[in-house]
Ligand binder design. Sequence first.
Ligand SMILES: *Cc1c(COP(=O)(O)O)cnc(C)c1O
Length: 443
Amino acid sequence: MNLYSTNNRSLRVPFREALFQSMPADLGLYMPADIPRLPAYFLAQLAEYSFPEIAFVVARTLLHEAVPEEELRRIVNEAVSFPAPVVPLGPETFVLELFHGPSLAFKDFGARFMGRLMSYFLELEGDQVLDVLVATSGDTGGAVALGFLGVPNVRVTILYPKGKVSAIQELQLTTNGQNIRAVEVAGTFDDCQALVKQAFADAELNERMRLTSANSINIARLIPQAFYYVHAYAQLLRQGRSEVVFSVPSGNFGNLGAGLLAWKMGLPVQQFLAATNANDTVPRFLRTGQYAPKPSVATLSNAMDVGNPSNWARIAELFAADEARLRSLVHGYSFTDADTRTAIQQVYQTHRYVMCPHTAIAWLAWQQWRRENPAQQHVVGVFLATAHPCKFPEVFEGELAAAVLIPEQVRSLHERTLEKVELFNNFEALKNYLLSATAEVGS
Ligand SMILES: *Cc1c(COP(=O)(O)O)cnc(C)c1O
């Protein structure tokens, strides 16, 4: 697979380069130069395939030139090592649970796949050590930390703002040991991000270490997210359902982008719903044809508080030749925090099922689509559950709070040793730490 930049269609780089660079020098996004279709025999027999088999076929279809088959099979098996079940909540409504991975959020799929691919290429180059530097406001850091945990040849340093991540998130960042180091910065998330940017621009650091950002716009994070759309569709086929709408709670639109990639590869999805909170740049665009980003506003579903979604350029690119098709395939919906709270209550009262606030937005979009399409009541809706509700304890009270079951991944966190380095919001301090620390690299 060769990739071009959304800012330069004549550029061509091999997959390996896009993986390590994350972003082209012209600040566009890497896109596959052509998107192959899934094999016809595979689509015809989809219901027969297991999740790891589906993941492997999708990965091979895209990456067969970049990674030998047996290595790719191993990487996929290690990355997709937890289930993504489609759970019924009524005859036509299903929830695709993407929170059974180590950090309890769908970002685990992307982070685990990217980490293992990087490790594979590093090994080819003679066991060079890669230093991954990330700033996090919570969720991404946990997925990256756990995605790279124990991955050979990679060392991860995570910067997070003191007192500004949840208790569970802090435990996920600080109790890993091995090749993961947590740095608590006396500052804000923006300060952390500024420090990381400064590190990437520092000549001495770049001479002494091989630095990368494991950025969320890395193409290797998008690809494995296509796996679970295909797998969800296969699970519905087994129940005799083939007309499917996916409702995707969206912030930076990587998740929806991956669904559209699966569609482009031949998955016969009827419709996608772009479900957002008050940060409704994309729903407004789908309605008006005007792409007018706004500064983000804070909401209950804060992993979706994005005013100018970084992956939208990819989606626009997929439909560059046919924007009308984009607007017929993807419908946009936006909901308030009050809507979100009501939805969480209603689904709990009706189904005894607790949704995280992001997931609730996707459920709301599916409900609205159903009301707007009375002639399509036989169509099945799958809304994506992007995180486990226990990650957002501040959202739930009383009976609901008691109904949130704490998964084993979280219970065991409390028994582990918390390790962190505390730094002032000061670049020289970070630089000295990076140059002097000799944390072991996982084997
Ligand atoms: C990151 C995140 C989202 C948004 O996903 P995008 O791919 O950025 O659209 C939604 N829900 C949760 C819980 C997240 O962590």
